[in-house]
Design a protein around this ligand. Structure first.
Ligand code: MTE
Ligand code: MO
Length: 319
């Protein structure tokens, strides 16, 4: 999502992802072969590539009504093709670099226009409401998409507990800022910490997920551990990762990408095939793992559930 970057590389210029990844694994294997077996095993045990083996299970029943029937992308796609600029700009960099993020202990500060502002620890957050698996479409503004089995509960469950006041019109979300844990923050690609926000009615819409896991496990670091947002009808940049604070506000808060490129990334960022990004079309998308492009659906296919939130709004103006 770097603003100077093209949305997605044309198919013709791409090494099929799987080949690329297999090649990388092959090369890693070759390096390892030069070491003694013991040292190799040690390195492998500590390596980020083996993170998946030690990751904690987080199983939850599937919410059928909120899940799409499409085939989910592979675990590998979901955990190695990421956007998380705190760990580098390349899609493969978060998986390689995010092992420096410490997700325990972890707290989320809830403040602003709420009757019961407080700080919640991650263990308590995991038990705040029954966990559900929701298979959502996920559409990045760069015009690629995936289908992902997230785990969590509606953000509305948390809102209910902290009791927003009548002045609360928006909710702002804040990512951790710590250059030691997030080395990408040493460079000025974005104004850190990463900030996102939703209008109150969007935040408490039942589809808006406070996400704690994916694929039956707690979130891998590169996917925004230990807690992130998923807003499936909006471009992926709204789905902020590694949240440390949630602020209920009266005024519309600033958001990182709207500040970075106000003509390119709006506050609303609803998936809209009729409103192109200034530098590329949003009418179609590349589903990771597929060759033919798909047509992009209004609100990413969730129009029936969410279009009513925007009745009477000019969505070209409020993009
Ligand atoms: N803190 C933070 N959150 C972030 C980002 C980021 O760079 N930093 N990237 C966003 C973008 S552009 C996308 S597409 C999604 C990617 O989520 P995924 O890597 O789990 O697929 O995370 C979003 N949340
Ligand atoms: Mo994105």
């Amino acid at each position: 999502m770097l603003i100077k970057q093209p949305p997605d590389v044309p198919e013709s210029e791409v090494t099929p992802r799987d080949h690329f990844l297999n090649r990388r694994r092959f090369l890693a294997g070759t390096t390892m072969a030069g070491l003694s077996l013991g040292a190799g095993a040690y390195l492998f045990g500590k390596s980020k590539n083996s993170q998946a083996e030690s990751i904690q299970k987080l199983v939850a029943p599937r919410h059928a009504e909120f899940s799409v029937d499409e085939k989910p992308n592979s675990y590998k796609d979901v955990t190695t093709y990421n956007n998380f600029y705190e760990f580098g700009l390349g899609k493969d960099q978060p998986a390689e670099n995010a092992h420096t993020l410490k997700t325990r202990p972890w707290t989320v500060r809830i403040e602003g226009e709420v009757a019961k502002g407080r700080t919640i620890g991650i263990e308590e957050l995991l038990k705040l409401a029954p966990l559900e698996e929701r298979v959502y479409r996920f559409r990045c503004v760069e015009a690629w998409s995936m289908v992902i089995p997230w785990i969590g509960f509606s953000f509305a469950e948390l809102a209910k507990i902290v009791q927003p006041t009548s002045r609360a019109k928006f909710v702002q979300f804040v990512t951790l800022k710590d250059t030691a844990q997030m080395p990408g923050q040493k460079s000025w690609v974005l104004d850190w910490p990463y900030l996102e926000a939703l209008r109150m009615d969007e935040a408490i819409h039942p589809l808006t997920l406070l996400c704690l896991g994916v694929y039956g496990e707690v979130l891998p670091n590169q996917n925004g551990a230990p807690v992130r947002l998923i807003v499936p009808w909006k471009y992926g940049f709204k789905s902020i990762k590694s949240i440390v604070a949630i602020r209920f506000t009266e005024e519309q808060p600033t958001t990182t990408w709207a500040k970075q490129g106000p003509s390119e990334y709006g506050f609303y960022a609803n998936v809209n095939p009729e409103v192109d990004h200034p530098r590329w079309t949003q009418a179609s998308e590349r589903r990771i793992g597929e060759l033919r492009r798909r047509k992009t659906l209004p609100f990413n296919g969730y129009a029936e559930q969410v279009a009513k939130l925007y009745q009477g709004m000019d969505l070209r103006r409020f993009f």
